[in-house]
Design a protein around this ligand. Structure first.
Ligand code: B12
Ligand code: SF4
Length: 643
């Protein structure tokens, strides 16, 4: 807990002091705003949660989904194409589009186009027009749309308007705030969200006079405390809240207090999202995409609290793991599914709570709801655990695989190995669980062999789900690579793109989230290209409409038949006796030859460790088993679906 002074209201639990609905001096009329380019196929959990919190503390609160309005105005497909535009070179196109409305000319458009020439083609794909039209879209269409937002909502009727900003919502958020302040200076503006954490929020506030308050960190305690203070006319310091002082400067106040008992959070209210969707042309807004309901069961990261992955931008202060109880989690999930017309759930947790496997997931498996749930998980889940997830309706996971090289995984402190990651790929395929994963490269300390070994391994894995791609890691604020120069990143500086988005009066090193850096490059081009080519080929095998490559085995009396269609010429091998048992013994977890020999010893005392080791090595040469650091993992899946 970062806050030391008592907050304005007194809660029953000392650990979460400040968390309670003490009656405010007067109920405030508040609004929260979700700006472009927030996704349109899901309500905002930030706004939905803080709206519930504000109401719980006696204030009125409405959420304005202006992202949906823009999608309705320009068409959902075009909106989504801009919002989802990914780029290895980080052009932050959506942010650039609204930066003119926020700040006027920062740099001439032509300079941005010179830095990112690929955008001409991208824009043609999105809008079918040229760069002149793009400039008109930026200078006229979007500012006019913001004017319509200004006119279309009676902002004056609110005491407080709060903007939530994560990802590429920032310039739109800043632009509309400035316009509201010009028109209705009496309305108090509060900014929060990941884009305002730490020194970023302080720097924005120092230079942008329309930011009355900025909340850094979690808002569940700080936001209602701030509303109570505004209602009471108090200027008492609140941890995490920086306020514009009378001299125009800001008054930084550290990080906000965190709620320890997450069961005490209200359920997020998504009504305003569905009302707005119903008011607008739903089909135009969503362009055929299904609505997802965000669900939060935990905060922080139980792995990162012990071993912060070197590239991970989660704020170390927010790493301490807190989770809702199983009962509360189930109640919340039931309420969401009961109250809203959606069957897709997306958990926003950084990592699944292992306790939830035996509580929430086991219970869900019994309920047999027709839902589809997404979760971020740790890659070391076992076959049984993946089975539980599948039965619980968790059909898509992001397992943080990041690499198939044990050395690289060590460099990133992932706590996983090549074989552990392959095991996950294997059993996820067996249970039909879709994976979101990538191969990351560029970690200081990598050597050629880390790349060439992966390139050699990949052709044997083509029956498993490929990564979305292979790309260099991004240096993120708050990550160990950012905070600890001994880890190998030097000359850390804001990514080039920021100078096209924000005026110079803001110190870009204080507002940037993504950074460029120098690092001693040890990996040669040939090794790098070998890996990229192997990944591309793997992806291509899965993207064609043809039959996917397969590697499975049939279990029959006293034999195991391996059927392999990963190659042009399908192959078949029959294993008998202890060899069949040894192959299966390496199915669920990586095993050493000695431990396999031990398992076999009851039935086949005559088999030596050497014989087992030589058989397993032969399986590796045949491409039906993978080995790493003295352990073996079989690659074929059982054909029998009933395991
Ligand atoms: C779920 C998630 C995703 C999901 C879904 C994202 C989505 N589109 O909805 C997926 C997996 C797709 C994803 C992808 C990415 N993500 Co992500 N993701 C998260 C995650 C884990 C949870 C966010 C969340 O919903 N939390 C739950 C809500 C309730 O908490 P909250 O956002 O912290 O909000 C609290 C406070 O910020 C504050 N607050 C928020 N708004 C407001 C407003 C006011 C007025 C006030 C007072 C307070 C306030 O109060 C809230 C409640 O306590 C966060 C990490 C984290 N734990 O926060 C990263 C995070 C948001 N992601 C991040 C990043 C960088 C990415 C990626 C670029 C990939 C990457 N390199 O990691 C992509 C980009 C996606 C895109 N749209 O472009 C960064 C964002 C940085 C930034 N400046 O915005 C974060 C913070 C993680 C990190 N540090 O690296 N992500
Ligand atoms: S990368 Fe994932 S597992 Fe690692 S510290 Fe971050 S959230 Fe935790």
């Amino acid at each position: 807990m970062t806050g030391t002074r008592p907050l304005l209201s007194i809660g029953p639990k000392p650990a979460d002091a400040g968390w309670a609905g003490a009656t405010p001096a007067r109920p405030l009329r508040t609004a929260l705003v979700n700006m472009p380019w927030a996704r349109v196929d899901a309500p905002s959990i930030q706004c939905g949660l803080l709206a519930s919190v504000a109401r719980q503390h006696g204030h009125e609160c409405e959420v304005h989904y202006l992202n949906l309005r823009l999608a309705a105005a320009i068409g959902g497909s075009r909106y989504e194409a801009i919002a989802e535009l990914q780029s290895e070179r980080l052009h932050m196109f959506g942010e650039w589009l609204f930066s003119y409305a926020a700040f006027g000319d920062v740099t001439p458009e032509q300079e941005y186009f010179r830095e990112f020439p690929e955008l001409a083609e991208t824009w043609r794909g999105i809008a079918g027009t040229d760069l002149d039209d793009l400039v008109t879209f930026r200078r006229e269409t979007l500012p006019a749309w913001l004017e319509s937002c200004l006119d279309g909502i009676a902002w004056r009727r609110y005491d407080v308007v709060g903007f939530s900003s994560t990802f590429f919502q920032n310039t739109a958020t800043l632009a509309l705030g400035r316009m509201i302040k010009e028109r209705a200076p009496e309305v108090t503006l509060v900014y929060g969200g990941a884009n305002f954490d730490g020194e970023m929020g302080v720097e924005f506030q120092r230079h942008l006079p329309w930011l009355d308050y900025v909340v850094s960190g979690e808002g569940d305690v700080a936001f209602p405390a701030l509303l109570h203070a505004i209602a009471a006319g108090s200027s008492e310091d609140i941890p995490g809240v920086s306020r514009r002082d009378s001299a125009g400067g800001s008054n930084p106040a550290g990080d906000s207090e965190r709620l320890h008992d997450l069961d005490r959070l209200p359920v997020p209210d998504y009504q305003d999202y569905f009302h707005e969707l119903a008011r607008l042309d739903r089909h135009r807004v969503l362009a055929g995409t299904a609505v997802k309901l965000p669900l939060e069961l935990s905060r922080g990261c139980w792995w990162g609290a012990k071993h912060h992955c070197t590239f991970c931008g989660l704020n170390a202060l927010g790493m301490a793991y807190r989770a809702k109880t199983g009962d509360r989690a189930l109640t919340e999930l039931s309420e969401l599914l009961r109250d809203y017309p959606a069957v897709h759930i997306e958990a926003v947790d950084n990592i699944l709570d292992m306790k939830h496997l035996t509580t929430v997931c086991a219970e869900l498996a019994g309920r047999r709801w027709d839902v589809s749930i997404f979760f971020e998980v740790k890659a070391n889940l076992t076959r049984e655990q993946l089975h539980t997830l599948q039965q619980a309706g968790i059909h898509r996971i992001q397992p943080g695989i990041e690499s198939l090289s044990t050395n690289v995984l060590r460099l990133m402190r992932k706590g996983s190995t090549s074989l552990i990651n392959i095991r996950l790929l294997k059993w996820a395929r067996y249970y039909g669980i879709k994976l979101d994963w990538n191969i990351l490269t560029g970690f200081p300390g990598e050597v050629d062999a880390d790349y060439t070994d992966q390139a050699r391994l990949i052709p044997q894995l083509v029956h498993l789900q490929p990564p979305a791609g292979c790309g260099r890691l991004w240096l993120e604020r708050f990550s160990p690579y950012f905070t600890d120069s001994s880890l190998g990143m030097s000359n850390v500086r804001p990514r080039a793109v920021y100078r096209y988005l924000y005026p110079d009066r803001l110190d870009h090193s204080k507002i940037a989230y993504f950074f460029d850096y120098d690092t001693a490059e040890q990996v040669g081009r040939t090794a790098r290209e070998a890996l990229v080519t192997a990944v591309d080929r793997w992806c291509a095998r899965w993207s064609t409409g043809e039959r996917r490559p397969n590697l499975f085995y049939q279990r029959l009396p006293e034999k195991l038949t391996i059927i392999d269609s990963r190659w042009d010429e399908p192959r078949k091998a029959v294993l008998t006796g202890w060899r069949a048992a040894a192959y299966e013994a390496c199915g669920d977890a990586p095993r050493t030859a000695a431990s396999v020999r031990q398992e076999l010893s009851t039935g086949s005392p005559a088999v030596t460790v050497e014989a087992v080791g030589s058989f397993l090595a032969g399986c590796c040469r045949a491409g039906v088993m993978a080995a790493d650091e003295g352990k073996f993992l079989s690659l074929a899946l059982p054909e029998n679906p009933g395991w």
